[in-house]
Design a protein around this ligand. Structure first.
Ligand code: HEM
Length: 382
């Protein structure tokens, strides 16, 4: 099937945006592993400049006091707003969190790592906006695609604002976790939009090449298998999401331990972790088991795209396990931290794409979406 020009353009921008978000997650991990999160004490500028300083001599002597005062004032405003909206506990936490009263010494390398992170974030802001603009032709063809692109754009704005709060609260743990959850949600929205664009040619009906066109005996069996597996995949996706959120809790714990140890004795940090680490390790085993079982069932459907996605998920999961084990038993090597984080989000992405490949379509019933049967599919269904 030949895609129309506007669809090709939309798919291009969506894929570019999602890839850049993954790159940003990797760079964000590098920011953290190198301790550059507070490299720029203010937001959106860095030390009050669009191009940050390279030498401490470019800063006023009392720069620490200046930025500390600014940040505390911003946090107080935020805490007051949250308290007036009824979020008293979070407001209290923001007030009470001790690290917000600590100002970091200037370090040019850290400042520039954080600044590049922000530039990439700004670039994504542009990409996601262009993505919403090139989705306009979908107003008449498949409106949800346009809405998804617009919501993706707006949420990216919220994500930028949350990023500023992460900085102003000096990396308050709950903020870091919310930031992560929203990043995954944005990825899911954009992936769904791009998948709909791939499926659809006509308004809302999303006419596709599916099994019903290709093999008259296969769809019913595949449809019912697909419906059951769709639920199983939702379960696997939720497990992975829970595992990622739990991972961020492990990370928060590590940050506390590291700070208490003045960032020395790295080999003792993991041993000092509490039950959260054991839960993370146990849930990892459950995630692996669930992926093997559900992946095997999907593999048996003998649909090429599904097989590719299952294989990608297994590979990413295997690498993620190796990364996790390396972190836990080889004194938490810094280079492995951003890798573990990025693989976790990639895992979520491949699982979500697999779910989309089984998504039911309007007017197509429960038939898997992008199914193009292998030649041997006939023997499987025979
Ligand atoms: C399904 C597999 C797994 C997923 C999806 C996953 C996910 C995550 C995530 C998202 C983080 C937070 C990273 C960050 O915010 O920088 C994390 C941290 C961590 N995970 Fe996992 N993890 C998995 C398996 C494992 C395994 C098997 C181990 C070890 C036995 C492990 C050990 C750790 C450790 C030590 C941290 C803290 C790392 C740090 O502070 O940078 N993980 N995990």
């Amino acid at each position: 099937m030949q895609q129309p020009q506007f669809a090709k353009r939309f798919i291009f921008w969506s894929v570019l945006t999602v890839s850049s978000i993954y790159l940003l997650i990797l760079v964000g991990g590098i920011v953290r592993a190198t301790g550059s999160g507070m490299g720029c004490p203010d937001w959106p500028k860095c030390f009050g400049q669009w191009v940050p300083p390279t030498e401490i001599s470019q800063l006023p002597a009392d720069y620490k006091q200046v930025y500390l005062t600014q940040r505390v004032a911003k946090n107080q405003k935020l805490a007051r707003t949250l308290a007036s909206l009824g979020f008293r506990q979070v407001a209290g936490e923001i007030f009470a969190h001790p690290t917000q009263y600590v100002e970091t010494d200037f370090n040019a390398t850290k400042t520039w790592i954080e600044y590049l992170n922000r530039l990439l974030g700004a670039l994504i802001g542009i990409f996601v906006f262009v993505n919403a603009v090139v989705a306009l032709p979908y107003w008449r063809r498949d409106r949800p695609v346009l809405w998804l692109a617009i919501v993706g754009w707006l949420l990216t704005g919220v994500q930028g604002w949350l990023g500023s709060l992460v900085v102003s609260t000096n990396l308050l743990p709950i903020m870091v976790t919310i930031h992560m959850g929203l990043a995954l949600f944005i990825v899911a929205i954009l992936l769904y939009a791009v998948q709909r664009a791939r499926w659809g040619r006509a308004s809302g009906e999303a006419a596709i090449v599916h099994l019903a066109e290709a093999n008259s005996t296969a769809p019913l069996e595949t449809a019912s298998a697909g419906a059951g597996l769709r639920w199983a995949l939702w379960g696997v996706l939720l497990l992975t999401f829970a595992q990622i959120i739990m991972g961020t809790q492990v990370r928060e714990e590590i940050d506390r331990i590291a700070s208490a140890a003045a960032y020395g004795q790295r080999d003792t940090w993991v041993a000092a972790l509490g039950s959260i680490f054991e839960s993370h390790r146990t849930l990892a085993a459950i995630v692996v088991l669930a992926n093997v079982v559900v992946g095997y069932r999907l593999w048996q459907l003998a649909i090429p795209r599904l097989r590719r996605l299952v294989m990608a998920t297994w590979v990413v999961l295997a690498l993620e396990m190796v990364a996790g084990i390396t972190l836990a038993y080889w004194a938490l090597p810094a280079f492995m931290q951003p890798i573990h984080l990025t693989l976790a989000t990639l895992l979520f992405g491949t699982q979500f794409l697999t779910l989309l490949a089984l998504w039911p379509k309007k007017g197509v019933g429960n038939v898997p979406a992008v199914a193009q049967p292998l030649p041997q599919a006939h023997s499987y269904y025979a």
